[in-house]
Design a protein around this ligand. Structure first.
Ligand code: 5AD
Ligand code: SF4
Length: 436
């Protein structure tokens, strides 16, 4: 009987897609996928270490698995960013772990697993493989989702002082564009109509052409309806790219451009390489196309030394730009980053209060933007065709807004189907709509 495995993934889409690649490797080697760790012989924790909370989740799951391991044979592996960062230290911190596989050694899963299982030894591979981005993607076992994730570049060459990613994902390595095009064509043939190009910094892509040229090439693939990408650094955001985004109808009208703070003093300590004036200049590249686009950003609040005036500048920026949506986080100290050397004496309650103020300001702008949509007719792609408890199907617009569609029992739309709906209601978190 084949052994059963379960992979639990935390973190970003990059990690999600790594989980799909690891799943593919396990299935290829004859293991059977199960839906929970309770039924599994092998559990892989595919981890994130961007903030302390993400790391806590991993250790709390490890604590639970330790108890299970006392009851029955269980092989526990750690992959993902925490594995790359902590490497062999993980065996000391959590002796129940049998193997550690780094983000740059995904394809070495069979070897480390065999060593851990057959020889019962602790095994580890965190090798720095410069060609890891060439992972044979046809092996990946994609989840049944509306859009397919495609890696185009791995790693990051920036050095933001708060960020662990350059350590966990290494320097930038671009995948040759032809290999990307081949994968996209295959996915479209398989039925995907929406593709999201992935990388820690997609706009510094250099796999035989630049990122703008890549967008042109990929969007020309016949049958593809929407092209998305994430994530971008403002310093690699060019005029040419902005023009492509607003003028190419295949590119979904959504742009995520992380700003982090509205204060130049804070941006300098973060080593973000731009001032707010330069950030705004980049946004101006979008010209009148900006009004058709849903603009999204990331904010960190409570960065070491952030004064009330600095924070006020972040609120002012939000009011000036009126981002349609944003993700905001309290600064979390990451061991091994250079921000650990900065004095961080802001009380936790102040950071929490700033986060709430920022988020309620964002909710205000998002709600206003969503209310403007009431009565409009939109296209949206079905992301969950199963009627939920409240009687909705879930879909997403090109501008990445969540749509709760009034559903009815019986045969509904299909996963990934593009539907047309009329918006009937708005909240800061979703739009309500009816199929037409
Ligand atoms: N603390 C808090 N937020 C962080 N991010 C990255 N590192 C940290 C950290 N140490 C946020 C940034 C980034 C997003 C993916 O996560 O806003 O854009
Ligand atoms: Fe988490 Fe960043 Fe790693 Fe993604 S790349 S899993 S967000 S630490």
């Amino acid at each position: 009987m084949s052994k059963k495995f379960f992979i639990q993934t935390w973190g970003c889409q990059m990690n999600d897609h790594d989980g799909e690649k690891l799943t593919g490797l396990m299935l290829r080697d004859g293991y059977e996928e199960v839906k929970s760790s309770k039924e599994a012989d092998i559990v892989l924790l595919n981890t994130c270490s961007i903030r302390e909370k993400a790391v806590h989740k991993v250790f709390s799951e490890l604590g639970r698995l330790k108890k299970e391991k006392l009851q029955r044979p269980l092989t526990i592996g750690i992959t993902g960013c925490l594995a790359q960062q902590e490497q062999a230290h993980l065996f000391t911190r959590a002796p129940q772990i049998d193997f550690v596989l780094g983000t740059m050694a995904l394809d070495k899963l069979p070897e480390v697993l065999t060593q851990a299982q057959i020889n019962g030894e602790k095994s580890i591979n965190v090798g720095d493989y410069p060609d890891n981005h060439l992972f044979p993607t046809e092996i990946a076992k994609r989840k049944p989702t509306a859009k397919a994730l495609v890696t185009i570049i791995e790693g990051c060459n920036h050095a933001c002082t708060y960020c662990i990613v350059p350590r966990t994902r290494g320097i930038e390595r671009s995948r040759p564009f032809q290999s990307i095009l081949d994968e996209v064509k295959r996915l479209v043939d398989e039925g995907y109509r929406e593709i999201e190009l992935l990388g820690q910094n997609v706009n510094s892509f250099q796999g035989g052409c630049n990122f703008t040229e890549l967008l042109r090439k990929v969007s020309a693939v016949e049958g593809l309806e929407w092209l998305r990408f994430t994530t971008s650094h403002p310093m690699n955001f060019t005029k040419e790219l902005a023009f492509e985004i607003v003028s190419n109808p295949k590119i979904a009208p959504f742009l995520h451009l992380p700003v982090q703070s509205g204060s130049n003093a804070v941006l300098k300590r973060m080593l973000r390489e731009y001032t707010i004036e330069e950030y705004l200049e980049r946004l101006a590249y979008l010209g009148s196309g900006r009004s058709q686009l849903c603009l999204s950003t990331d904010f960190i609040v409570g960065f070491p030394g952030e004064s009330e005036q600095d924070f006020q500048k972040t609120l002012d920026l939000l009011d000036e730009v009126r981002f349609e949506t944003s993700f905001s986080f309290i600064y979390s100290l990451r061991p091994g980053t250079s921000a650990v050397r900065l004095k961080d004496d802001l009380p936790a309650e102040v950071k929490q209060e700033r986060l709430l103020r920022l988020q309620s300001r964002q909710a205000h702008w998002t709600l206003l933007d969503n209310q403007k949509m009431i009565g409009k007719i939109v296209n949206a792609r079905i992301e969950n065709p199963i009627l939920n408890d409240q009687g909705f199907w879930i879909a997403r617009t090109g501008s990445s807004k969540t749509v709760h569609l009034q559903g009815k029992a019986g045969r509904g739309p299909e996963m990934g189907q593009l539907i047309t709906a009329q918006i009937s209601g708005a909240s800061p978190h979703f739009l309500a709509a009816e199929l037409i």
